[in-house]
Design a protein around this ligand. Structure first.
Ligand code: 5GP
Length: 191
């Protein structure tokens, strides 16, 4: 996606540990006009899939998923990372290892909001080792829902998440794939 490549080139910053910081437009300050284009692009790429729900993970995925959902005309369900009294007791739960925070946490979705009629599109901002996405796939499977695809804004192609999802037979669409962040330089894979 050309516009996304431009935004990453102009605003992306490489941080230690192969982290790409894009919080001026994607996951802190939000460029809503740009996110609209992201939503349209996901709609185009998953147009042939049956989708009844978009599933994401708090917090960074929520804005992207909500904007995309307007083009699919389906609800968004976001997995919660923290327990709260507001969360139903009856949940699907899966353990995820966080790449950016280097810790394990449980992701949970109430059993009321995912069921075996659902065809789920999983959306997230980044794909690195694939643990967040696989946690969401696991929640969908526990519910008996089918996974229609995974839509990612930025895949770090030098980490194993993309291959892992493809090995699971999942329809993965990444709007930008980064080949390398070595020497503080952002190199894209040609996609
Ligand atoms: P994974 O589970 O695929 O290893 O990591 C995905 C999650 O880690 C994403 O939800 C994202 O929040 C975070 N993440 C992974 N790599 C990066 C990165 O380079 N930059 C930012 N901003 N977040 C990242």
């Amino acid at each position: 996606m050309k516009l996304l490549h431009e935004k990453i080139n102009n605003q992306g910053q490489v941080r230690d540990g192969d982290i790409l910081k894009v919080d001026s437009f994607l996951n802190h300050q939000l460029d809503v006009a740009f996110l609209n284009e992201v939503g349209k692009e996901f709609k185009q790429r998953f147009n042939n899939e049956k989708i009844t729900k978009i599933v994401t993970i708090e917090a960074s995925g929520i804005a992207i998923a909500c904007i995309a959902a307007q083009y699919f005309d389906v609800p968004v369900v976001f997995a919660k990372k923290t327990d709260s009294r507001n969360l139903d007791a009856d949940t699907y739960s899966s353990n995820v290892h966080s790449y950016t925070k280097d810790l394990d946490y449980a992701v949970k979705i109430s059993k009321r909001y995912l069921n075996d009629d659902d065809h789920v599109l999983i959306i997230d901002d980044f794909l690195a080792n694939g643990q967040a996405a696989l946690g969401l796939v696991d929640l969908a499977k526990q519910a008996g829902a089918s996974v229609s695809g995974v839509g990612i804004v930025i895949e770090k192609g030098f980490q194993p998440g993309g291959q892992l999802l493809r090995d699971h037979g999942i329809h993965l669409e990444s709007l930008a794939v980064i080949k390398s962040l070595k020497n503080n330089e952002i190199e894209f894979a040609t996609n």
